[in-house]
Design a protein around this ligand. Structure first.
Ligand code: PLP
Length: 409
C-alpha cells in the first residue's frame, strides 16, 4: 500500500480528529523511504535522521549485561526511575548545568521525546498557546497539537543563524501563552544560544511569571562554540523551567530509549502521574545502562564530539563549494540547514523544483541522497542534513548534491 493510499484510508476512517491532525514525523518518514530503497539494492546515503553513527561505549554495554546477569532488574521499575539513577541525574544537573535539582525533581522516561510529551500533556489545556522557537525539532508542534494546544512560531532567519531573539519572543506572548519550547544546541539548525541571548529571553520572560519554559538540551555535549548554558539557571527561571536531556545523543544510545527532565516538583509529579498511566517506568536494563553512562567520565562523548567537529568543518567547506547554496557555520549538534531557495522554480529538464519538499525528493530519487525538507521544521527555504555519517559517505553525498544542483536551471 502506498503512503497516499494509506492516508486516504486514514482520512475516511473513524480515527480521532486528534490523530488526523497529526503529521507523521518527517525525519522518520524520509528515513523509512531511504530504507525501502536500500532494501531494493539502491545505494542510498541517508542524511535524514538524527542518529549518532557510533556504537554505545563498551562500559555502558557491560553495565547492561551485568544488570541482566544479576537477575535483579526484571521487575517493573519505579515510574519516575530508579532512585540511584535519579540521584545521579540530579547531580549532573547541579554540577554541569548549575541548576538546583534533587531526585524529587527528576523523571526518567522512554526517551527525551516522551519527556517532552509528558510535560506538554501535564501543562497544556485546549486552546493554550505554546511558543516554539523556529526552525524547530519536528515533533514539538505535533506534541502541542496532541495536547490540543496551539503552536505559535517565533522564527529566526539565516542572517542571525536561525536564532529568534528576545523582542520577537515578547511580541508573540499573549494572555493565552502557557509555555515556550526550544532546543540549544538546536535541531535542525545546529545553532547554539549564547549566554547573552538566553539572558535577554529570561529578562522578557521575567515580566510574565506564569509562562513555563521547556529547554531541550539533548545536544548539550555536542557544542563547538564554547560553554553550554541552561536557561533554567538564570535568575527568575529556576522555578518555571523544565530542562530536558537524555543519553541518546551524548552516549550514542538512541535505541536504549532513556530521556529525563529536571522540573519543579509539582511538574515532575504530574509527569510521573501521566507516565504511570501510559508506559510506567522506562526499561529497567536501559536505566542501568544510563546510570553507567552518567557515572562515567565524558571522554567517549568528547571523542565523538571531536569527530563531529571535524565533519562539520569538512561539510561546511563542501557546501561553500556548491553554487546557489546559502549556509552558515552551526555551533553544535550534527546538522546543517542550508537555504536552497535559489533553485526553486528551476528544472533539470524532467522535473521542476518548486519547494524544499520537491528538492528532497529529487535528491533521493535521482541522486540517492536522503535529506529532510525544511517545511517540516518551519523553514520552507531550507533542507536539513545530518552529518552523523562517515566522512566517506559525507564526501560522496555532498558530491552527489553538487551534481544534482548543477543540473538545475
Ligand atoms: N529533542 C531533540 C531536539 C532531538 O533532536 C531529539 C531526537 O532527535 C529528541 C529530543 C529525542 O531524543 P530521544 O531519543 O531521547 O527521544
Amino acid at each position: 500500500m502506498t503512503d497516499q493510499e494509506l492516508n486516504n484510508i486514514l482520512s475516511m476512517s473513524n480515527l480521532s480528529v486528534r490523530l488526523q491532525n497529526l503529521s507523521e514525523s518527517a525525519t522518520i518518514a524520509m528515513s523509512a523511504k531511504a530504507r525501502e530503497l536500500k532494501s531494493k539494492g539502491v545505494d542510498v546515503i541517508s542524511l535524514s535522521l538524527g542518529e549518532p553513527d557510533f556504537k554505545t561505549p563498551e562500559y555502558i554495554q557491560e553495565a547492561a549485561k551485568n544488570a541482566i546477569d544479576s537477575g535483579d532488574y526484571f521487575a517493573y521499575p519505579p515510574v519516575p526511575g530508579y532512585a540511584d539513577l535519579r540521584e545521579t541525574i540530579a547531580k549532573k544537573f547541579r554540577e554541569q548545568n548549575n541548576l538546583k535539582s534533587s531526585a524529587n525533581n527528576i523523571v526518567v522516561s522512554t526517551g527525551a521525546k516522551q519527556s517532552i510529551a509528558n510535560v506538554m500533556l501535564s501543562l497544556v489545556d485546549p486552546g493554550d498557546e505554546v511558543i516554539i522557537l523556529s526552525p524547530y525539532w519536528v515533533s514539538y508542534s505535533d506534541i502541542v497539537k496532541v495536547a490540543e494546544g496551539k503552536p505559535v512560531m517565533v522564527s529566526g532567519s539565516l542572517e542571525n543563524d536561525f536564532k529568534a531573539n528576545a523582542s520577537q519572543l515578547e511580541e508573540a506572548i499573549s494572555d493565552k501563552t502557557k509555555l515556550m519550547i526550544f532546543s540549544s544546541p538546536c535541531n535542525p539548525t545546529g545553532s547554539v544560544f549564547s549566554k547573552e541571548e538566553l539572558e535577554a529571553m529570561a529578562k522578557v520572560l521575567n515580566k510574565y511569571p506564569d509562562i513555563m519554559v521547556i529547554s531541550d538540551e539533548i545536544y548539550e555535549h555536542i557544542n563547538f562554540s564554547g560553554k553550554h548554558y541552561s536557561i533554567g539557571a538564570l535568575p527568575g527561571m529556576q522555578d518555571r523551567t523544565i530542562t530536558v536531556n537524555g543519553v541518546s545523543k551524548a552516549f550514542a544510545m538512541t535505541g536504549w530509549r532513556i530521556g529525563f527532565i529536571t522540573a519543579p516538583e509539582w511538574v515532575a509529579k504530574a509527569c510521573s502521574k501521566i507516565q504511570g498511566q501510559f508506559t510506567s517506568g522506562a526499561s529497567s536494563i536501559s536505566q542501568r545502562a544510563a546510570l553507567a553512562a552518567l557515572e562515567g567520565d565524558l571522554s567517549p562523548t568528547r571523542e565523538m564530539a571531536d569527530e563531529y567537529l571535524a565533519r562539520r568543518n569538512m561539510v561546511y567547506d563542501l557546501l561553500q563549494d556548491i553554487p546557489g547554496v546559502k549556509s552558515y557555520m552551526p555551533g553544535g549538534a550534527f546538522y546543517f540547514f542550508p537555504d536552497v531557495s535559489s533553485f526553486f522554480g528551476s528544472s533539470d529538464g524532467e522535473r521542476t523544483i518548486e519547494n524544499a519538499t520537491d528538492m528532497s525528493m529529487y535528491l533521493l530519487e535521482k541522486y540517492q541522497v536522503s535529506v529532510v525538507t525544511g517545511e517540516a521544521f518551519g523553514a520552507p527555504n531550507c533542507i536539513g542534513l545530518s552529518y552523523a555519517a562517515s566522512r566517506e559517505q559525507l564526501v560522496e553525498a555532498l558530491s552527489r548534491i553538487k551534481t544534482a544542483f548543477s543540473k538545475l536551471e
